[in-house]
Write a new protein. Structure first.
Length: 162
């Protein structure tokens, strides 16, 4: 899916609305990452890469675990990047995610694997035995703020530029 072709300006933000297959392919992942890396081109390389990565992880989760159409709305200025990703799925227990991100297990695993940059990401299967959750941990690590709606099917990421 070519994101440039389906992105629409809607008021003060850009809307991308699409339905991907339930399989998140490497090609889909790379297309999403490349799109947001291009959007974030004006910012420093390390910030661009980690912000594009976190955004791609959030979109990937919506495609993989959600249902139906995925809506991506983003705002970008010289001071802030904000992106909301929403799917039509049932959502998940946000409190469980918060407990996981603060767990000793994920912090130890992240430390052991040196997860300080995108290039060091080994994949969830090597840390949690194939269980999900590493992507959300890294989203939280790379972004300044992460919010969920009550249902758990919409995530909003914030990155401030100083």
């Amino acid at each position: 899916m070519n994101l440039d072709e389906i992105a629409q300006t809607e008021g003060d933000h850009i809307l991308i609305k699409g339905e991907w297959s339930k399989t998140m392919t490497t090609q889909n992942y790379n297309e999403i990452y490349t799109y947001f890396a291009k959007v974030l081109e004006p910012v420093a390389k390390d910030v661009k890469e980690t912000t594009a990565y976190a955004t791609t992880e959030a979109v990937s989760n919506a495609i993989w675990y959600g249902k139906g159409i995925v809506e991506i709305r983003y705002w970008f200025s010289d001071k802030l990047f904000k992106v909301s990703i929403k799917d039509q799925g049932d959502g998940f227990d946000v409190n469980d995610w918060k407990a996981w991100c603060n767990s000793v297990e994920i912090k130890r695993a992240a430390n052991e694997h040196g997860l300080d940059s995108v290039g060091q990401y080994p994949g969830a299967s090597s840390i949690r035995g194939g269980k999900s959750g590493l992507g959300l941990f890294l989203i939280h690590k790379f972004m300044d703020s992460v919010e969920f709606n009550e249902r758990g099917n919409e995530i909003t990421l914030y990155k401030n530029f100083h």
